[in-house]
Ligand binder design. Sequence first.
Ligand code: DC
Length: 225
Amino acid sequence: MAPTPFIIVAIDGGAASGKSSSSRILAERFDLLHVDTGSFYRQLTSELLQRGVPPTDLPALSAALDRLRLDTRLTGRSAQMLVDGRPAGPEIRSARVNEQVSHYAAVPEVRGTLLGYQRGQADVARRHGLRGLVMEGRDIGSVIFPQADFRFFLHADPAERAKRRAREGQQDSIAERDRIDSSRKASPLTCPAGATDIDTTHLTLDEVVARMAAMIATRLPAATA
Ligand code: DC
């Protein structure tokens, strides 16, 4: 019998495009590690804000980043980043972090700190006996895993995305974040060539998942129905 392949699924898209919900379901269905890289940028932002290091003070930022120790622990199938042994708290979804995260994420030193860590999640998945990983973010299919087995890019109308955030009870300037994330020099948010582009505006979550799952199932049988 052929060994089960180890697969990497990259899901990129703007804020509230449907990445998180769909990647969680896919992780469950195909027995993959779920990696939400936006939460890593949020966690570093929160950490740096607490230390009073602004994104514009490069020497202080580099010194602070150099001292951080990043580890991973699993909660179910989700990778949780530990910064100096501490997991992220609810503050990573606060209005302040929503407002600041794109500014920190635009700094190459911040991205460089997370680059190797994110790629290392493939080893974490293997160590835990999972069949691969599904990683969501902005530059996964373009920079982190350009050779991923499946690369998806999700987008939706800004009005629909604002409604989704409001339903989650979050105050989030998604249009402004997308503008900064798409126009930055370092690894901007973009649909990489060859990725499958899905407009989720008029699709239900089940429909979005079904499209992606049908493609993944050509390589890896689902672990659950
Ligand atoms: O997915 P999210 O909205 O929680 O991401 C928060 C921010 O993190 C987003 O505005 C930009 C940044 N980010 C990034 O630059 N690259 C990634 N791979 C993931 C997130």
